[in-house]
Design a binder for this molecule. Structure first.
Ligand code: NAD
Ligand code: ZN
Length: 362
C-alpha cells in the first residue's frame, strides 16, 4: 500500500443534520434576495407538502424527471429554459432536492450560470473557471454521496463519455440532511442506492492508493452501512439517519481516494446497456467473489436480509460486439483499475475475462 498524500481537499462548509432539519431552509434563503431556482425530483410533484419548501411565486421550479440519469444536453436545455423564462437574470440560490440525479443536475446548473458554454465543456478535472451560484443540497435518498462530493455525473450521448465536472466549485455550499425525507424510498431502490456508499468504501479500502483520512471516512461509512443493512429493519428511523450520515461520509471518502474494480464494470453496464448506476453496481457485485471475497459474502447477506432481489441476466446473452463495447467502456477507467489491480490491470481484465464476468452476472 502506498501512503499517498491526499489532494488539497475541500469539504462542504455548512450542514444541518437531523429529523425536521428542512425547516432551516427558509431562513437560509431569506438571506439571498432575488429568485431561487429549485431542482426537485419529480416523485415529489404531487407530494410537495411533504417537503414543505418555502417556494415563492417568483421562484423557478424544475420538477426533474429522473427516469433516466443526467445527460449533458438535458442540462443545457434546462439552463436555457430557466434563463429565457427569467429574461437572463441569474438566481441568487440553487436548491437541489432529490437523489444523486437531482443533486448532480442542480450542481451542474449552478456552475453553468457563471461559466460560459455547454455542460460538456466542463466534463473533466478542474475545468470550471468561476465559482457557481450559491447552492443548497437536500438529499431525499441516501448512498451516492453526491451531496458531499466534488463532481456531478453526466452522460454525453454524442461522445459516450460519462464524466462529471470535477471541481471544488461543484461542491454544495450548504446541506440540509433530514432523514425524514427518505421515508418514502421504495425498498429495492433504498438498498441499491445505499449500497453505493458501501461499494465506494470497500473498493477504496482494498485499493493501493490510500491515505489515513480517506481510510477513516471509509471505515466509518462501512460501520454505519453494516449497522443499517445487517439489522432487522434497514428502513427504521434510526437506520435512515445512519445511512444519511454514511452517504455523506462516503462522498468525503471518495474525495480522498479512488474506487476499484466494481465501478468501471458498472460504468460499462450504464454506458452500453443504460443500467442505472446504483443497481448496476449491485449487479456487478454478484460477480465479484474472486476480487472481493469477504465483501461479496457480506453483500449477499445484506441483500438477502433486505429481501431485495438483484436483477439477473442483463449481460448473459449478448453479441460479441456488445461484449467488446462493454470491455472498452470498462478498461477506459484507468485510475480506479490501477488502484484496484495495479498498472498491469489490462493483463487481468482482458476481453475474455470481462466477458466471463459479465456472463457471471446472469
Ligand atoms: P436517483 O436520483 O437517480 O433516483 C432514483 C429513484 O429514486 C428515482 O426514481 C427517484 O424518483 C426516487 N426517489 C428519490 N428520493 C425518493 C423518495 N424520498 N421517495 C421515493 N422515491 C424517491 O438516485 P440515486 O441512486 O441517488 O442517484 C443516482 C445518480 O447519482 C446517478 O446518475 C449516478 O451517476 C450519480 N452519482 C453521483 C455521484 C457524485 O459524486 N456526484 C456519486 C455516485 C453516483
Ligand atoms: Zn458510485
Amino acid at each position: 500500500m502506498s501512503v499517498a498524500a491526499n489532494n488539497n481537499s475541500k469539504q462542504v462548509q455548512h450542514y444541518n443534520y437531523g429529523f425536521g432539519s428542512r425547516k432551516h431552509l427558509k431562513g437560509l434563503l431569506n438571506e439571498k434576495p432575488g429568485y431561487h431556482l429549485y431542482v426537485i425530483d419529480h416523485y415529489f410533484k404531487d407530494k410537495g407538502s411533504i417537503l414543505d419548501l418555502p417556494i415563492q411565486a417568483s421562484d423557478y421550479v424544475i420538477w426533474l424527471d429522473t427516469s433516466h440519469e443526467p445527460k449533458t444536453d438535458q442540462i443545457d436545455a434546462l439552463l436555457n429554459a430557466a434563463r429565457d423564462s427569467k429574461g437572463g437574470d441569474k438566481p441568487s440560490a440553487v436548491v437541489g432536492v432529490g437523489g444523486g440525479s437531482t443533486l448532480d443536475t442542480a450542481k451542474a446548473l449552478a456552475n453553468l450560470f457563471n461559466n460560459e458554454g455547454k455542460a460538456e465543456t466542463y466534463q473533466g478535472w478542474d475545468l470550471v473557471q468561476n465559482p457557481g451560484i450559491y447552492k443548497i443540497g437536500i438529499p431525499t435518498i441516501s448512498g451516492t454521496g453526491a451531496e458531499s462530493s466534488r463532481t456531478c455525473v453526466m452522460s454525453n450521448v454524442k461522445s459516450g463519455l460519462k464524466l462529471g465536472m470535477n471541481s471544488d466549485y461543484t461542491m454544495y455550499d450548504q446541506l440540509i440532511l433530514d432523514p425524514e425525507l427518505t421515508a418514502s424510498v421504495p425498498r429495492d431502490q433504498y438498498l441499491y442506492t445505499g449500497m453505493d456508499s458501501y461499494i465506494h468504501c470497500i473498493e477504496s479500502l482494498n485499493g493501493s492508493h490510500r491515505n489515513a483520512i480517506g481510510d477513516a471516512f471509509s471505515e466509518e461509512t462501512l460501520k454505519l452501512c453494516r449497522d443499517a443493512f445487517l439489522s432487522e429493519d434497514m428502513q427504521s428511523d434510526e437506520n435512515r439517519g445512519k445511512l444519511m450520515v454514511a452517504s455523506y461520509l462516503g462522498g468525503c471518502a471518495i474525495a480522498n481516494s479512488y474506487v476499484g474494480i466494481v465501478h468501471p464494470l458498472s460504468a460499462g453496464l450504464s454506458v452500453v446497456l443504460g443500467t442505472h448506476h446504483c443497481v448496476a453496481n449491485c449487479i456487478v457485485m454478484t460477480a465479484m467473489e474472486e476480487f472481493y471475497p469477504k465483501e461479496y459474502q457480506e453483500f449477499n447477506e445484506m441483500a438477502s436480509k433486505a429481501n431485495v432481489a438483484i436483477p439477473r441476466g442483463i449481460a448473459a446473452n449478448l453479441s460479441d460486439e456488445v461484449y467488446q463495447k462493454l470491455y472498452e467502456s470498462t478498461v477506459i477507467h484507468e485510475k480506479p483499475l490501477i488502484n484496484g489491480l495495479g498498472t498491469d490491470f489490462k493483463k487481468v481484465l482482458t476481453l475474455e475475462k470481462t466477458t466471463e464476468l459479465f456472463k457471471k452476472m446472469e
